[in-house]
Design a protein around this ligand. Structure first.
Ligand code: TMP
Length: 253
């Protein structure tokens, strides 16, 4: 294998310089962390599944006109993406109360929210990703008011589309986290969906039983963590099929 320049190592992924200028290789690890990395572990096979799940969801979103950084999957654990300038904001969309919103407002987990709620967190591990308002984002120059409008509109479109897609395979999309980046093309700047969409950054509950099928199984020590990621991939019809892993994703109807 040729030596590639490692650009950045995060908690769940490593980024390498891509084969052409303006491209990046995202390598998906099996490492899992929670509570700002106070809890650490490994979810065997997670990287392979998240690579496939994120490929599938980003491709589907691209097909409905949501701009994304995704170019193509390279192998079991790697995908090629466009190099973007990451906006340092984690955008959380919530449909049903769970996790931090349940705690913050004393809402029983599973309570449907009156409408979808978008929240912003400043992406900074040292500070523990504090929640921020649009005022902080614009005052500190992390994004402009126009950027925020664009991000909000995209996040809500993604929510509408993914809610339907997951419900079609018997999963409730409770909430999820997105990241966006700025893509510079000639004299234009476009905001595109970046990072990944997977059970690491979505809450997905079985539509019939409300069984948790996401990283909360790891966060809360619920067991059957690997199985949950496999179940999501299976329902989407994209479980990798063994050592060759050459099959294209197929939709399970
Ligand atoms: P929260 O309820 O803990 O605020 O999480 C909301 C959603 O965001 C949930 O789907 C998990 C996801 N998330 C991340 O992807 N990364 C994070 O660092 C955190 C705290 C949450």
């Amino acid at each position: 294998m040729t030596k590639r320049r490692r650009i950045y190592e995060g908690k769940a992924k490593v980024l390498f310089e891509g084969p052409e200028p303006g491209t990046i290789v995202q390598y998906f690890k099996d490492d899992a962390t929670a509570f700002n990395a106070q809890k650490k572990g490994t979810i065997t096979g997670k990287g392979v599944l998240n690579n496939r799940i994120s490929e599938y969801l980003m491709t589907k979103l691209g097909e409905i006109g949501v701009p994304t950084h995704f170019i193509r999957r390279l192998n079991m654990r790697e995908q090629l993406v466009r190099e973007v300038e990451i906006i340092p904001i984690e955008v959380v969309v919530r449909n049903v109360a769970a996790g931090s919103i349940s705690k913050r407002f004393g809402l029983a987990e599973g309570t449907p929210l009156p409408r979808s709620v978008v929240e912003f967190y400043y992406k900074n591990d040292q500070l523990g990703d504090p929640m921020v308002s649009e005022e902080h984002i614009t005052a500190f120059g992390w994004a402009s008011p126009q950027d925020i409008d664009e991000v909000m509109a995209l996040a809500l479109r993604v929510n509408d589309y993914l809610t339907g897609l997951f419900l079609g395979v018997g999963l409730r999309l409770i909430d999820f986290k997105l990241e966006f980046g700025r893509l510079f093309e000639e004299d234009r700047m476009r905001i595109v969906l970046a990072d990944e969409i997977s059970p690491d950054n979505c809450r997905l509950w079985d539509a019939r039983t409300n069984e948790k099928l996401d990283k909360d199984r790891f966060r809360q020590d619920l067991g059957k963590v690997e199985e949950a990621y496999q179940e999501v991939a299976k329902r989407l019809g994209i479980l990798p099929d063994g050592p060759g892993d050459h099959a294209a994703p197929k939709m399970m109807q």
